[in-house]
Ligand binder design. Sequence first.
Ligand SMILES: *Cc1c(COP(=O)(O)O)cnc(C)c1O
Length: 828
Amino acid sequence: MDPVSVAGVASIVGGKVHFQGEEREVGSVAIHSDRLQADSLFFALNGVTDGHRFVARALANGAIAAVVDEARLAELPAGQGTLIAVADPLAALQAMAVWWRRQLSSTTFVAVVGSNGKTLTKDALVGLLAGHRTTYGSPGSYNSQLGVALSVLQCPKDVPVAVIEAAATEPGEMARLKRMVDPHAVVFTNLGSRSGQNFGSRDEHARELLSMAAGLPEDGWLLMGEDDPGVIAQARQIVPERQIQKDALPRLTRQRHVERSSLVRAALPDGTEEDLLVATPSPEVLKDLELAMGAATLLGMRGADLLAAVADYTPPSTRMQMWRRPDGATVVGELANIDPLALSSALRTARSLMGAQGRTLMIIGDPLAGLTAETAEAMARCLRAENVQLVCGLSADTHGLIEAALVGSDVRVHRFADEDRMRAFVATELRPDDVALVHVPRDTMVTDSWMHLVETAAATRLYVDLAAVKDNVAAFRKLVGPHTKLMGVVKAEAYGTNPVTVAHTLREAGVDWLGVATADEGVALRRAGVQMPILVFLAVPGDLDRLVRNRLTPSLYSMEMYDAACRAAAGSGRRLDVHVEVDSGMHRSGLYPEAAIELLGKLRGHEHLRLAGLMSHLGCPDDPDEDDLTREQLKRFGSVCAAAAELGFEDVVRHTAATAATIRFPEARYDMVRIGLGLYGLQPSTATSSLITLTPGVGLVSRIVEIHNMVPGERVGYGGLFRAQSPDTRIALIAAGYYDAVPRAFRKVGYVLVNGRRCEIAGTISMDSMAIDITGHPDAEVGSDVLIFGQYAGFSTPIEQAAAAMDTVSHEVLTQVGPRVQRIFTQH
Ligand SMILES: *Cc1c(COP(=O)(O)O)cnc(C)c1O
C-alpha cells in the first residue's frame, strides 16, 4: 500500500481525527495489536475478541493511529495516540481496500467464487501462472468481508495479475466484496449440492455468487465450472452470452490412479494432447486444476508452457505430510521449493504441531541442482538457528556446499552415495520424540520413497486432515458468533488421533479452551508445551495437587471434589479457578441443582477458590424426539445460573453444549461450547447435518498384504462364514483387525473401498487381519491401499454410516483406533 497521511485516511474512510500524536504516514494495516509493522494503521474490529480492548496496546506498540467505532470513543484511553472515529471500523477497512484497488488499475483482478474448491482453484491458478507472469494470490482461504479487504490491501503495486477468493454466506455480501475486488474476470467453481441454506433457494444462491460478475469490462469473462443448466441460465441473466466461457478450454481426463497420483490426458484447445502425471489421486482436485487451466488459458498462457506448469503443480494438501511412528518419532515430508525461509517455517511447524521434545533431523533427498554457495550458507544458518542436530545428504556437490557451510558448528553432517543407504541409516538413527524433516524433489511423492521409515510396524494408517479440522473450527466459530468461546475437547487421545497435534492446530485456529477427561490427559498436554487453558471434566480428588501444579482447571462435580480443591488451593497459596458441574438431568456426573446452589453459597467470597465456570452436560440433544428432555435440562441449568447471578458472581463462563447441542440448540451455547466430534467433520446425527456443513477429515486406511485364489466351496476365516462361489474368486488379506479399529461388528458395514470400488468383507474379522473379496477387481494387488472408513484420496465411506451399521456412534468408531495404527497428519 502506498503511504498516506492520517488526514488522507480519514477522508478515505469518512472518519473524524482525534489527533493527539505526531504526524506520520500510514503504509500498512493491522488488525492484531501485537502484529504491527512500523507504519501500521490499527483497525479495532469486533471479531472473535473486541478490538477496542486492544487499542491502547496497539498504540503503545507503535501503531500510527487506530480506527475505532465512534460510539466507543468515550471508553478509550485519551492521550495515547491518534484515533480515527468512524461509524463502522470494518466498513472503514473495506473503504481502504476500495481506495487501494483504484490505485491498482494496471492489475488484472480475477475473482474466484463458488461453493467448493475456491482455495484450491485459486492456488492452482496462481501456481500455473507463476512461471508466466508475476501473480498475486489472496493468502490461504481469506475470503470473507475481512479476508477480502486484507487480501486487496496486501496486493503489491505493479503485479500483472491478482487472484482473489471471495465467499458469500448471506444474501447481499457479494456486493460489498465486489466493490473491493472490482474484477476483470470471474471464475465460478460450482454451486455444490448443499447450497441455498441461507439464500432461500439454489437460484438465489447462484445469483448472489454470480453477482460478482455483474458489469464486467468489455474484455472481461466469466469462466463457469458448473454444468447445471439452471445455474448457467442464471449466469446468462447477469453476464452477456459472449463473455461466458465454458467450451473450447483445456480438458483433463483421468486415465488411472498411479500410486497416490493420477495419470491424466490433457487436451488443449489448439488440439495438443499429452499424458501427464498429476500429484493427486483426487478427482475433485483434478476438476479444480482443470478450471484453473481454463482461467490460465484465458489469461494468455498457452501450449507447452501450460502443460509444463500442470506437470509441475503440486496440490497444497500433499505439500506437507506428517507421520507419527508408534514409538513417537515423527517424519515430515516436505515438497515445497527449498529456500531458507520455507525451511525454517517447515521445521517450526513440524516441531510445534507434533509437540516434539527430541532432536531435529534434516534429510535432503533432493540433489538441489543449481544451489549456489550463497543459498547453501543461508540454509546452514537456518539449520543452526533451528537447532537441527543432524543433516543427512547425498554425495552431490550442492550438498557439499551445505556441509562446508556447517563446518565448525554443532550440526553433524552425514552424506551418502545414494538414497537407499541414506534411508537405511535414518531408519536406525531415528529415536522416539525425534522429528525428521524429509525434503525430496517436487516430482516424487514423499510417501513412496520414505514410507518405509514409518512403516516398520504398521500397514494400517489413520489419516487426519488438520486443514479440515481448521475448517471445522471456522464453521463452528461462524455458527456461534464472536462472543461465544470455543472449547476443543481432546480427551481420549483427541478421539483416537493425537491430542498434542490437534491441540496446536486448534490454537492456531483460534480455539479458546481445551477440555480433557482426566488429570493425566491434561498433564500430558502441559508436558508437550500446550499453554492454553484446560478444563478437566472428571479428575478425582487425589488429582487436585497435580492439577494446581499444572495450571489445569478442575470441574467440581461432587462435594468431595470441592473439599479436595479447597485443600489443594490452600496448600498452594494461590487462588484456584474452578468450574462447577450441575447435573441437570442426564444423571452422569455433577451436583443436583439444589446441591450446586448450596456449593455456590460456599464459594461466595471464598478465600482460595474462584467460581470461573458453571457447566452441565446434555443427554440427548441429537435426538429431536427427546427435545422436551433437553429443554427441561436447560431450564434446570438456567435456574442455577440465575442463582449464581443473584449471589453476585461475575464473569462466570456458562457452558452446556457439546457438538450436537451447539448445532441444534442456540440457547444451550451460553458463553462457551465444547466441541469434540465436530472437529473431525463428523455429524452427531441426521438431525444436525442439515444445519451445518462440516469437512470430514479422518480416514482409516490399510493395505492388502496377501491374495489367495479360491476354489469353489472353500471357506474363509473363523467359523468359515465366507464360501467361495465361482472359480475366479480372489480373496485379499488386509492387515487390520479388531485390535486396529475394525471391530467384529464391522462386518455389518459390509464392504471396504479399493481404488474407490466396493469390495465385500469375506467372513469374520480377526484380531490382526480381515479378508475381502476382490473377485473381478484386477487392479487390487498386494500393496493396494484399502479405505476402511472415512475419507482418503478423494474416496469416502462416511464414518457416521459405518457407525450406524454397527449400532454405535462415530465417537466409538474413532476411539477404537488402536495403538498399532500409524497416525498420519496432513496439512496444507
Ligand atoms: C466428550 C464431551 C464433550 C464433547 O462431545 P462431542 O459430542 O464429541 O462434541 C463435551 N463435553 C463433555 C463434558 C464431554 O465429556
